[in-house]
Design a protein around this ligand. Structure first.
Ligand code: ZN
Length: 174
């Protein structure tokens, strides 16, 4: 048995939701449009969004960041390069699904024991969405213990941004 931990981090600025990113772009019909400020695949504010190439879901990006470099030896930028238009406005849930498929394609079996997540954000009360977010993430990680904590910047970080840290505990089986 081998245990590894992975630390993931992500942050994005929060801006008013607008359609500029969805205009003049050649996005396949199968890709859903951005529906607001997405955290853990849940829209927590329909009038805002994260400024990012994809939908900027800081929680899902941090989860990918905590798992992919440890298991796949590739970081999120290498897996889903923002140099192409392919992932523009892309729902991060789909990135997560792609990453899990890649992990399942590996020869080594793994089990993700826990995901411990901290979100620092001023404009959203995470407590109000906590159960919904965890329930949604549990669809992707049915056997994993997921903990989510919301905190405020308290003036020490930018109040117009969202920050997220995730620590994952991963076990490998031969
Ligand atoms: Zn991100």
């Amino acid at each position: 048995m081998a245990l590894f931990s992975g630390l993931g981090f992500d942050s994005h600025r929060i801006i008013d939701n607008c359609k500029i990113y969805t205009e003049n772009m050649n996005i396949p019909d199968s890709i859903d449009m951005i529906s607001g400020l997405m955290i853990g695949g849940i829209c927590v504010d329909k009038d805002k969004r994260f400024m990012a190439n994809s939908d900027g879901d800081i929680l899902i990006h941090s989860i990918i960041d905590s798992l992919a470099p440890t298991i796949l030896k590739k970081d999120i930028g290498e897996l889903f390069p923002d140099s192409t238009n392919m992932y523009k406005n892309y729902p991060s849930e789909k990135l997560l699904k792609h990453m899990i498929e890649k992990i399942e394609g590996e020869n080594v079996k793994y089990r993700i024991h826990s995901l411990d997540c901290v979100i620092v954000i001023d404009s959203v009360k995470i407590t109000n969405f906590k159960d919904q977010i965890i329930q949604n993430l549990q669809r992707f990680f049915p056997q994993t213990s997921i903990v989510l904590k919301g905190k405020r910047t308290e003036g020490s970080l930018s109040s117009d941004s969202g920050y997220c840290w995730v620590v994952s505990l991963i076990e490998y089986f031969k």
